[in-house]
Design a protein around this ligand. Structure first.
Ligand code: SAH
Length: 255
């Protein structure tokens, strides 16, 4: 299996099947193969096949899922693309750095590059599931590329990174002793963390402000490994048990 097979291109809620076909072609041209479609508006479709040209196999093997969590399950690195800045900035890569990071990590685990809707991109909630954001430094006065064109640019950078890695004498060594936490385990962790903060009385779901977003960003900067995540889940469970014990004692006193 080649490292290219570890890279997933994820298109979220694409509206135009032509863009799905164009993305499939870009993927195959650059040596990648895995396409994930999150609830596409119109797929399968003749227009997608027409635009895919000789990359129909990428369309045939595309995996259609209901939501982003399913598309990134099993990934150790998730990169979200965005045509514009968001209110709470996230760790940002340029397309070249994105290609290099994706290629480096694809040797160790699955990686996803996530693309948004033609009309409004990715939601903040979707972007917050990503370790990094990448912005193609386009004309600030007209910054939004066609979806398939954006896929082309980022797949090209992965290819360039693979070519320069092939030329360098020694491949980069893995830089950590344990695998990074997977996207689905991180999602469970954030649900657990939120519940523990509610139990503690620190966090109010009715008035969340940006607490969970900022905590997601904090943990995202650390890139926790599997073991660290499982220790933190144990800590949360102990905190919850202590809170519940205390609540029971207080309840008894008032009875
Ligand atoms: N109007 C939307 C842009 C959607 S373009 C918005 O304001 O967000 C469709 C998708 O193409 C985007 O979600 C993103 O995945 C990708 N894309 C387009 N231009 C991009 C850019 N300059 N940098 C990174 N991704 C871009």
């Amino acid at each position: 299996m080649s490292y290219f097979d570890s890279v997933r291109i994820v298109l979220v809620n694409s509206t135009h099947p032509g863009n799905i076909g164009g993305a499939a072609r870009a993927i195959k041209n650059m040596g990648l193969s895995r396409l994930y479609l999150v609830a596409p508006r119109d797929f399968p479709a003749d227009r997608a096949v027409w635009r895919a040209a000789n990359a129909v196999d990428v369309l045939d093997n595309a995996i259609v899922v209901e939501n982003l969590d399913e598309a990134i399950a099993g990934c150790g690195l998730v990169v979200g693309t965005s045509a514009r800045g968001r209110r709470i900035p996230w760790p940002l890569l340029n397309p070249r750095e994105c290609g290099e990071r994706v290629w480096l990590e694809a040797a160790h685990h699955d990686v996803a590059i996530v693309f948004g809707r033609e009309d409004r991109g990715l939601t903040n909630e979707e972007l917050q599931k990503c370790n990094y954001h990448v912005h193609i430094p386009s004309n600030p006065e007209y910054s939004s590329l066609n979806l398939a064109a954006a896929v082309q640019v980022l797949c090209y950078e992965v290819r360039m990174a693979s070519l320069s890695a092939a030329q360098s004498e020694s491949p980069p060594l893995p830089d950590w002793d344990l695998p990074p936490a997977r996207a689905e385990d991180l999602e469970l962790y954030f649900q657990h963390l939120e519940q523990a903060l509610v139990d503690l009385g620190f966090h109010d779901r009715e008035n969340p402000r940006q607490t969970m977003t900022r905590l997601r960003r904090l943990y995202g900067r650390i890139r926790m490994d599997e073991m660290e995540l499982s220790i933190l889940r144990g800590v949360l469970t102990s905190i919850q048990n202590a809170v519940h014990r205390m609540q029971r004692v207080l309840q008894k006193k008032t009875d």
